[in-house]
Design a protein around this ligand. Structure first.
Ligand code: GLU
Ligand code: MG
Length: 438
């Protein structure tokens, strides 16, 4: 069969879907100057492929411009006779070449710039869990060698694809749930960390598809069965790349700048869920006893904290500093990684600018703490539904300030449409639809 190399330029949109337009690879140089045309309303396509509402209707024109940075481009040949995965991430610009207010990737770029004004960069890695439907569900296979064996070539193919894509794969493991796996890559700075998350999701889907299966990132595949989380690990570094997160004199090692950054996130964390955990079923996962997150706490080595202080082995302080990191757990893969990281950075920067005090970490089971104690520590429950999260975002002026107004309004409009679209459907049907979509 004949076949010519083909490239897509794309972006991770409000729905956390990677969408864009394609052209023959021979056109790339021209497309680097021209980009590809896009209607603003394309951003309003929800995760189920529907436009329920749009602030722009059929009006307006934008340009999706492929990023020249080679790290934004994926070209992975699976060498199995299928065409390679070839896509380049890009920014959405207005026709006069400015960043479009609703472009998630441009939003993250702007957040990084604000952080840089404080003399800081963020180093981050998105840890992903997903279901792989190419394996039988064997009782007792959690974390087992047999779960890897059952997946046959999948782990090997996936790791090779991530390596070829330049993502620096770090781990692949069987997880607790039936057919559930987890994959991680090395941390990277700001924009590249979120780009890697987008690329990782697509390469994982690409590897699974080539083996006749699907990788499903939906936060809750089966109600009542453990969910798929995205845990966003991060640390702060100075402009030379030295960690500024760690202070050996603090009981838990938190530096004052990192503490302010964490406090900025935590005081808005309930409202931020509308961005970081943005599907109707995301809230089935954010419940107590799910090993996810259910309150706005900072937890010391606690896998149910909203932000966890991750463990580091005992070693000299200089070595600890380079490994010391925090993990934001109230996130999932229904969101755009660019929006997720951008909103966390903007919230953290607010905290740094206001010099908020270091939050007091929790060390005990939250269900054992009294309401008074939690109130004293500023710990509130996370929202119980997407609708509640959107209300919190809309009514909290400090949280609203973290997003450009046009983006915020369009985003909320899309999410409310998504909720309406699911009205009247059974819980099982809703889970099934999200599993199809992600
Ligand atoms: N599956 C859990 C979640 O939804 C995370 C389990 C773990 O700590 O790896 O976040
Ligand atoms: Mg895990």
């Amino acid at each position: 069969m004949i076949g010519e190399p083909f490239i897509m330029v794309c972006c991770s949109d409000f729905a956390g879907q990677v969408r864009g337009k394609g052209f023959p690879a021979a056109e790339l140089e021209r497309r680097r100057k021209l980009g590809v045309g896009l209607a603003p309303t394309a951003m309003m396509i929800n995760c189920f492929g529907r436009i329920t509402d749009s602030p722009w209707g059929p009006r307006g024109d934008l340009v999706l411009m492929p990023d020249d940075d080679p790290r934004a481009a994926i070209h992975v040949d699976f060498e199995d006779g299928t065409p390679p995965e070839s896509f380049i991430l890009g920014d959405i610009l207005t026709l006069d070449g400015k960043a479009w207010q609703c472009c998630p990737r441009s939003y993250l770029r702007a957040a990084n710039k604000e952080l840089e004004k404080e003399g800081i960069h963020i180093l981050a890695a998105f840890e992903h869990e997903f279901y792989y439907d190419g394996v039988p569900d064997r009782l007792g296979s959690s974390y087992s060698v047999d779960a890897i064996r059952l997946a046959r070539h999948f782990p090997n193919v996936l790791i090779a694809a991530l390596r070829q894509g330049g993502l620096e794969p770090e781990s692949f493991l069987p997880e607790y749930g039936p057919r559930q796996y987890e994959v991680t890559v090395r941390p990277a700075l700001g924009l590249q960390a979120a780009d890697r998350a987008v690329q990782l999701r697509e390469l994982t889907r690409g590897a699974a598809r080539r083996l006749g299966a699907r990788a499903i990132f939906s936060p809750m595949v089966t109600r009542g069965v453990v969910g798929n989380g995205v845990h966003i690990h991060f640390s702060l570094v100075d402009l030379e790349g030295r960690s500024v997160s760690y202070d050996p004199s603090h009981k838990y090692g938190i530096s004052s700048v990192a503490g302010s950054f964490l406090a900025g996130i935590l005081r808005n964390a309930d409202a931020l869920c509308a961005i970081t955990a943005p599907s109707v079923i995301s809230y089935e996962r954010l419940r107590p006893n799910s090993w996810s997150a259910s309150q706005t706490n900072l937890g010391f080595r606690d896998r149910e904290a909203c932000i966890r202080i991750c463990p580091v082995n005992e070693k000299p302080a200089a070595d600890i500093a380079s490994e010391y990191n925090f993990e934001f757990r109230a996130a999932d893969a229904a969101a755009s990684p660019h929006l997720q990281l951008g909103v966390l950075i903007n919230a953290g920067v607010q905290g740094v600018r206001e010099r908020l005090p270091i939050p007091e970490p929790t060390t005990r089971d939250l269900t054992q703490m009294s309401e008074n104690e939690k109130m004293r520590m500023g710990i509130r429950p996370l929202p119980q539904s997407l609708s509640e999260a959107l209300d919190l975002l809309e009514s909290n002026s400090r949280a609203r300030d973290l997003l450009p107004q046009e983006l915020l309004e369009a985003y909320i409009m899309q999410k409310r449409g998504e909720i309406r679209q699911l009205e009247g459907q059974s819980d099982e049907e809703v889970c099934r639809r999200y599993a199809d979509a992600y």
